[in-house]
Design a protein around this ligand. Sequence first.
Ligand code: 13P
Ligand code: SF4
Length: 298
Amino acid sequence: MTTDEEIRKLKEERNALILAHNYQLPEIQDVADIVGDSLELAVKASEAQESVLIVCGVLFMAETAKLLSPEKTVLIPVPDAGCPLADHLTPEMVLEARKKHPDAAVVVYVNSTAAVKAVADITCTSANAADVVRSLPEKTILFGPDANLASFVQKQVPEKDIIPLPPEGHCYVHTAFTVDQVEEARSHGCRIVCHPECRPEVQEISDLVTSTGGMVRHADECDSWFVCTEREMGYRLRSLYPDREFLLPEDAVCEDMKKTKREDLLRSLQNGVHEVIIDEDVLGPAKRAVERMIRIRR
Ligand code: 13P
Ligand code: SF4
């Protein structure tokens, strides 16, 4: 039996659902039940009938699934797959900012720790950030940890005052994209789509700024795209639209997203590892912040 066949057999036996982010290696995307962006994975996790959820992605994605389904067993095949962006914001920073802005609401990107979510009013993803902010009665919004996503939301929702928390939180993969790269791609006839974690000046000259799920939904609108996001998004887009061209730099790599290999997924199914456990005192308030977001959807 091949490793993929073993994974599929064990998945049935264990009543498990395999969820994979769009940036996962092809070998993981190919064997997953669901491949999607952070919001799609969170929604599918909340609706799943299976008793075991295996999240192939980074830790905040597995934690979000656990927050939405605390009664289920949620596994992450490689527990040290993290998101360096999430490390830009601590609960202490949120509490300090709340003292300075007592009338503000706190919106945190799902790319954050469970402890940070626990001190937020609501979470958001790149797919629903503007809708989440619009839904709030408060005029001032403390928004973290991604300052570029904060700037994107400010443009979409000009009636609010968005304060990025911290002012310089960013993702190293997305901030590496430059205006020169975009202009070069455009000179070759490509349409440009970028993730809202890219720098404001890159967002400004892109044709479309959207989540990875949004990239999938818009992919058939033109023949040739330059895609400013993580490399494996190219695999996902080409699998769905083999007749279109998607150009992504080979070095746009999120190291943590590459840690999960098919052998890790197999081991996870065989041994029930690694179980996501969230402290009781964090679970309740963090769950509330994520559930409030899920009610808004897109
Ligand atoms: P999406 O929710 O758009 O997939 O983004 C997740 C992420 O980590 C982007 O770097
Ligand atoms: Fe985090 Fe950036 Fe990797 Fe996304 S691409 S998981 S934001 S480090």
